[in-house]
Design a protein around this ligand. Sequence first.
Ligand code: ZN
Length: 237
Amino acid sequence: MGFDGLNSFQIKRPYVFSGSEFLLTEAFKALPAEKMYDFWKETNNGAWGALKKNLKDHYIKVQGFQCSYCLQTIEVFHNGAWDAEHIIPRITHPQFSFEPLNICVSCKDCNSAKHDKKVVYARVKSKFSKDSDDYLICHPHFDEYSDHIRVISIAGFYMPKTIKGKNLIEMCGLLRFLFKFSGFECDISQIQKKTFELNNILQETNDPLVMSYVFASLEDLGREGRRLLRERKLVVA
Ligand SMILES: [Zn+2]
């Protein structure tokens, strides 16, 4: 299997409201702007709570238990394992809190790294945009992930193919996986292995965006390798 087989991802089936849910969302849209931000947090029970659960369960299912950003598979339905993620953050655009195309699920690490970072150009104001070009990152609903990011191994290496891919890698901290080795301890043999893989990528690319990512990753790995050697007193600091 080629590398790109790993990372085809795009949400094709957005959530569709039932009749009563639609009425709820209309009521939400009629709220004064200053009430909208807190509304999402304050509505965990009753009909609103059920609507939020339906949204989250829907995306867990149609995403095949995969995080929209790092593509890790977490095969648990338990609500706590997943975050309902607002692609455009609620802090800047609370009016999109219940917009199905602004919602997906993500793992907790991606969600907390992405947090309130800006994902749309300033031209997106009160009206929700379905135009991929209005977004700074590759969008789980409007973009095919593999057009923007090449996944060398899930929870391993993420190489940008486009600026939108680069923005997503940076925004969600996907480089965190560079040091997330199996087992508890960061291991020199793992650094050797990752360095080898990165060198292979470097050999086969002429893309400056990828090259600059590989060089930056090699620098990080080199630094980590030296730190481990020093820690184990294998070299003179
Ligand atoms: Zn993730």
